[in-house]
Ligand binder design. Structure first.
Ligand SMILES: [Zn+2]
Length: 515
C-alpha cells in the first residue's frame, strides 16, 4: 500500500510538473507583426514549451490572462546602465515598463573589460537580461585620453585589440558617440578600422551620429559607409531631428535610409517617443573647448571664454533657438535646487537679467562646478510620428536604471514602451498594437543577433509580458519623472515571474547575454 501511495504521489508530481507556468485565455501577439490569436502559453525550464489550446496542460503556476495580451518581453537596445545597474540590479523601472532585455554600451560609452563586468553582474543577480556593445569613446579614452587629434597607426592597433577582446568576451557590436569627446575628434577611417574588428565577430555597428540636425544627411551617409566598408549591419541610434531650424527634415533622412536598404545595406534605427533629448550640458559647448578635460582652465582664461561664448551664440542661432529655455537641468549634484529648472530660470535665481549673454555665464558656472546632466526640448511631434511609422525603427529608451526619486531625469527610463502603447497606439493610432510590439521585440532582436528572444514561439526564451492594451499607461512626466508605468500585470524573464499581479517579485532570473 505504501509503495502504491508513493507511486501515486510521484505520478501526481510528474503530472503537476508538466510545465512551470501556464498562461491561459491569452491573446498572443507573437512579435513578428502578426495579428493576435487566442491561445495558452506553457513554459518549462525557462523556455516557451507549448502554444495552443492546451486543454489538458497542467503547471505549477497557472495564470488566467483573462483575454489580456501575451507578448514577448520588450528588448530595449539603447540603454546606458553602466554604474546604475550595479546599484539596482533588478532594474525596477525597466521591468515595470515591460522590458526584459537591454543592450547597453551605446553612444560610444561602455565597459571595457566585459568579461569582468558580466561576472560582477551575474554575482549581483539581475532582474533583466543584459547584453553590451563596446564603445568607441571608452576605447579611445583608454588609449589616447581626451586628445584632440588623429590616432597614430600604433594607437589604431591598440584600440582594435580592445574592440577585439570585448567582442571575444561577448559584445554584440561596436558603438560610436561622434558628438561626444573624444569620439568627436576621430575621422571616419578610424571608425572603420575599429568597426572592422567588431565585424570580424559578426557584430552590429550602432551610431550616435556626428549630427542629428542640419548635417544629418551627411551623418547618416557616414554611418552607412562605415557599415559598408567594415561589412556589417548599421543601427542609427535615437533617430531624430534635434533642432527647430530643420524640423520636418526627417522625410529626407528616412528616404535616404530606404535608398541604402534598396542598395543592399542593412541599416535600421531606434527611437524614443519623446520631444526632449537628454544628455550632458557639455554637448552645448564647442568640442575643442572640452579637449583633455581642461574646460575649467579654458573658461578661466578671459579671451578663450569669450571665444567659447561667441561660438555658442552661433550654435544657438543655427539651432533656431533664441535662448536656452529649451534646456532643463536633470541632475546637478552641487545644487540639487537647480534640478527641474531651465537655464533662464537658474539665471533668474542667480539674480541676473534675462538674455543669452547672462545665460552663457550661468552655463559656464555650471560647467566649472563639474557640469550637469540635462533634458533638451528639441524635437517636433510630426518628426517623431514620421520616424515611428518607418518600418525599420525599433523602440528604445536611451535611458538607464533610475534611483527612485533622485534628480529630475528624463521620463524615458520609466515610460518608453508604455508611452508608445498608450499614446502612439491607443490614442493617436500611429501604429497598430501588433506593429508596435514588433518594434519592441523581434526587430531589435534581429538587429542585435538575439536569436532566441523577441518572439513567442516554442523553444524561445520565456521572456514574456502580460498586459491589458486598454489600461497600459506611462505615468512618468518631465515634471514628475519618478513614476513607474502601469498595466504590465505579469512579466517573466527566462520563465520566472519578476512582476506578479503588477508587483515586483524578489526573483533575479536575468542573464548576461553574449554574442
Ligand atoms: Zn546617444
Amino acid at each position: 500500500m505504501r509503495f502504491l501511495a508513493v507511486f501515486l504521489w510521484l505520478a501526481v508530481q510528474v503530472r503537476a510538473a508538466d510545465f512551470d507556468v501556464l498562461i491561459r485565455n491569452a491573446r498572443v501577439i507573437d512579435g513578428a507583426g502578426n495579428p493576435w490569436f487566442r491561445a495558452s502559453v506553457a513554459i518549462k525550464d525557462g523556455r516557451v514549451a507549448a502554444i495552443g489550446a492546451l486543454p489538458d496542460a497542467n503547471a505549477a503556476r497557472v495564470i488566467d490572462a483573462g483575454q489580456r495580451v501575451v507578448a514577448p518581453g520588450f528588448i530595449d537596445v539603447h540603454v546606458h546602465v553602466e554604474g546604475n545597474l550595479e546599484r539596482n540590479p533588478r532594474a525596477d523601472n525597466f521591468l515595470l515598463d515591460g522590458v526584459t532585455t537591454v543592450v547597453t554600451g551605446n553612444c560610444g560609452s561602455s565597459e571595457l573589460n566585459l568579461a569582468a563586468w558580466f561576472e560582477k553582474l551575474n554575482k549581483l543577480g539581475l532582474g533583466i537580461n543584459v547584453a553590451s556593445l563596446v564603445g568607441h569613446n571608452s576605447v579611445r579614452r583608454e588609449v589616447m585620453g581626451g586628445a584632440n587629434r588623429q590616432a597614430t597607426p600604433e594607437e589604431i592597433r591598440k584600440m582594435q585589440a580592445l574592440v577585439d577582446r570585448a567582442m571575444r568576451d561577448g559584445a554584440v557590436g561596436f558603438s560610436t558617440g561622434l558628438e561626444y569627446v573624444p569620439g568627436v575628434y576621430s575621422n571616419t577611417a578610424e571608425v572603420v578600422a575599429l568597426a572592422k574588428a567588431a565585424a570580424a565577430h559578426g557584430g552590429v555597428y550602432t551610431s550616435h551620429m556626428r549630427n542629428e540636425g542640419i548635417h544629418e544627411i551627411e551623418a547618416i551617409t557616414e554611418a552607412v559607409n562605415v557599415g559598408r566598408e567594415a561589412g556589417m549591419a548599421v543601427e542609427i541610434s535615437h533617430l531624430k531631428i534635434d533642432r527647430r531650424a530643420v524640423w520636418g527634415a526627417s522625410d529626407q533622412s528616412l528616404a535616404l535610409i530606404e535608398k541604402f536598404r534598396r542598395e543592399g545595406v542593412d541599416v535600421t534605427a531606434d527611437q524614443y517617443p519623446y520631444d526632449r533629448a537628454s544628455t550632458s550640458l557639455s554637448i552645448r559647448l564647442p568640442a575643442w573647448a572640452l579637449a583633455d578635460g581642461k574646460i575649467k582652465e579654458r573658461l578661466a582664461d578671459p579671451p578663450t571664454r569669450r571665444k567659447i561664448a561667441a561660438e555658442m551664440r552661433q550654435m544657438l542661432a543655427e539651432m533656431g533657438e533664441t535662448d536656452y529655455g529649451f534646456a532643463t537641468v536633470a541632475r546637478f549634484v552641487s545644487n540639487t535646487g537647480y534640478e527641474g529648472k531651465t537655464i533662464p530660470e537658474i539665471n533668474a535665481l542667480k539674480g541676473r537679467a534675462p538674455g543669452v549673454d547672462n545665460e552663457l555665464e550661468t552655463i559656464f558656472e555650471l560647467m566649472s562646478a563639474g557640469g550637469a546632466s540635462m533634458t533638451y526640448r528639441l524635437m517636433s511631434e510630426a518628426d517623431i510620428e514620421r520616424i515611428m511609422r518607418f518600418p525599420y525603427t525599433a523602440i528604445a529608451s536611451d535611458g538607464g536604471v533610475q534611483e527612485f526619486g533622485a534628480g529630475n531625469p528624463h521620463p524615458r527610463s520609466y515610460g518608453t514602451n508604455s508611452r508608445v502603447l498608450a499614446e502612439y497606439v491607443r490614442t493617436r493610432g500611429v501604429l497598430t498594437l501588433e506593429e508596435a510590439i514588433r518594434r519592441m521585440t523581434s526587430l531589435p532582436a534581429r538587429t542585435f543577433g538575439l536569436r532566441d528572444r523577441g518572439l513567442v514561439r516554442e523553444g524561445m526564451a520565456a521572456d514574456l509580458v502580460v498586459f491589458d492594451p486598454a489600461r497600459v499607461d506611462d505615468k512618468a512626466t518631465y515634471a514628475k519623472p519618478h513614476q513607474h508605468s502601469v498595466g504590465f500585470d505579469y512579466v517573466l524573464v527566462n520563465g520566472k515571474l519578476v512582476v506578479d499581479g503588477g508587483k515586483l517579485t524578489s526573483a533575479r532570473p536575468g542573464q548576461t547575454l553574449k554574442k
